[in-house]
Design a protein around this ligand. Structure first.
Ligand SMILES: Cc1ncc(COP(=O)(O)O)c(C=O)c1O
Length: 459
């Protein structure tokens, strides 16, 4: 086979489409075993793609055993097992899942550690809750009183936030609550300030109500609040304790400046305190809502500190907004599991919650230190690390003159799944790619293997 030509669609990277075409040619016998394939240059020229793209497609085929490279002679097709050929007869759905092998090491940030999860205790309490007559009904629209009481005590002790339990609204996720909140705020505020880069999940929730965005630049040195003065919006969404994704924390001076600004503007700060439990070098900083509860809407969740699948989050509303919220949603049923709320309230009341958070802080600190030391060992100065003081992921800025897409695809062909940070950026884009490595569910051995494979893939 000297060359080939076909058109590309926009739904997946070009290298993947080339890989899939060749794979299907081989499986269906259109190219036979030991046949020579077009060279990287020929393939690049005929398909009008870069040599890097052609090379990545071939490398994926080599990694999966479809073809082999024979040095300067080029690439040749391997014998394909009959079993593999049968894949061609599977339905398109099956075919896709068959070819998506799970990664060897998955640096995901949307999971938590399983080995230290208090399974027995939680099961016991959940079973006990199921014996209560109180469990056999719909829940309260704004959340169960017992859980709101527990959250109020916890917020005061750990975040310095003084709040009445009635000002707490329990929801099923941060985004769900931001959508509801956006509904309350959209008439008074048509635009809002968001961090750039910032949590895209929050932006999507606000976009639902067509808020316009003004952007506040953030980098490794922190958020640039000096630009606030030129902005028109009176509403701002921030992640002050652990900026998402950059990982910096606002200093006390910045917090005070922000509070001063919001009072002057008579606006509101939406403070997303999503993983403040996991700060490794110092004690967690007090929340903005502890400085001024009248102008700060505080948002928290149990996804990082306990279990993402529990779908339990909460917000603390200032009085003026609370009344509007309660009136607007008085006839909406709660979207959160009553059983999970009652079990969590029991768990918190028994003291198990505080023990769990303390234990997990140590577990994650150990993993973070291990990841940082492995990255230093394997990559030296070819990367710089961002956000190692807190949270459940590490960012690495990769100074190797490769694109984010290339780094991710290359890692994937070596069995490692890593994540981009480009979706978080709006205008403040960086030239050097920044890759996100979530580590919370990995063992130290898996972290070590993952970083070693990344080195093989990238260097
Ligand atoms: C900034 C930020 N806030 C909140 C969350 C949690 O969202 P949820 O409540 O849906 O688990 C995340 C999840 O990654 C996040 O990155």
């Amino acid at each position: 086979m000297k060359t080939t030509i076909f058109t590309f669609h926009d739904h997946s990277p070009k290298y993947k489409q080339i890989y899939e075409r060749f794979k299907s040619f081989i499986e269906q016998g259109d190219i036979l075993a030991n046949e020579k394939l077009p060279s990287i240059r020929q393939l690049g020229d005929s398909l009008q793609v870069s040599r890097n793209t052609a090379l990545m497609a071939y490398e994926q085929l080599v990694a999966e055993g479809y073809i082999r490279g024979e040095g300067r002679k080029g690439y040749f097709v391997n014998e394909v097992e009959p079993l593999l050929s049968q894949e061609a007869f599977l339905s398109p759905h099956n075919k896709q899942t068959e070819s998506q092998k799970p990664p060897v090491v998955h640096f995901r940030a949307d999971a938590v550690d399983q080995t230290h999860f208090p399974l027995k205790m939680w099961r016991r309490m959940a079973n006990q809750v199921l014996t209560l007559p109180d469990s056999f009904r719909y829940g309260e629209p704004f959340g169960e009183a017992c859980l709101r009481e527990q959250i109020s005590t916890y917020l005061f002790q750990s975040r310095g936030v003084k709040t009445d339990a009635n000002a707490i609204i329990i929801g099923s996720s941060t985004q769900q609550m931001l959508v509801y909140l956006g509904h309350i705020l959209k008439d008074e505020f048509q635009s809002m300030i968001v961090e750039d880069p910032g949590y895209n999940g929050a932006r999507e929730a606000f976009q639902f109500h067509h808020f316009r965005f003004e952007t506040l630049p953030v980098d490794e040195t922190g958020v640039d609040l000096s630009q606030l003065e030129q902005m028109k919006s009176r509403l701002i969404y921030v992640t002050p304790s652990h900026q998402s994704p950059i990982g910096v924390s606002m200093s006390i001076q910045q917090r005070q400046m922000l509070i001063h600004w919001v009072n002057k503007m008579r606006g509101y700060i939406i403070e997303d305190d999503y993983d403040s439990e996991f700060r490794y070098t110092q004690k967690p900083f007090p929340a903005l809502a502890s400085i001024d509860s009248a102008r700060v809407i505080y948002v928290g969740n149990f996804s990082k500190s306990f279990l993402p699948g529990i779908r339990l989050s909460y917000m603390v509303l200032p009085e003026a907004i609370l009344h509007r919220y309660q009136t607007q949603f008085a006839h909406f049923e709660s979207s959160t599991s009553l059983l999970s709320q009652l079990t969590m309230a029991t768990f918190m009341e028994s003291g198990e919650w505080n023990r769990h958070v303390k234990r997990m802080r140590l577990v994650y600190k150990r993993k973070m230190l291990h990841l940082v030391s492995e990255c230093k060992k394997q990559f030296g100065h070819t990367i710089s690390m961002i956000g190692e003081q807190s949270g459940l992921y590490l960012l690495i800025k990769v100074h190797l003159n490769h694109s984010e897409e290339w780094l991710i695809q290359r890692a994937s062909s070596y069995g490692v799944k890593v994540y981009p940070t480009s979706p978080y950026f709006i205008n403040n884009k960086t030239d050097t790619p920044i890759i996100k490595l979530g580590f919370s569910h990995l063992s130290c051995e898996e972290i070590e293997l993952g970083v070693r494979l990344l080195k093989e893939a990238w260097l």
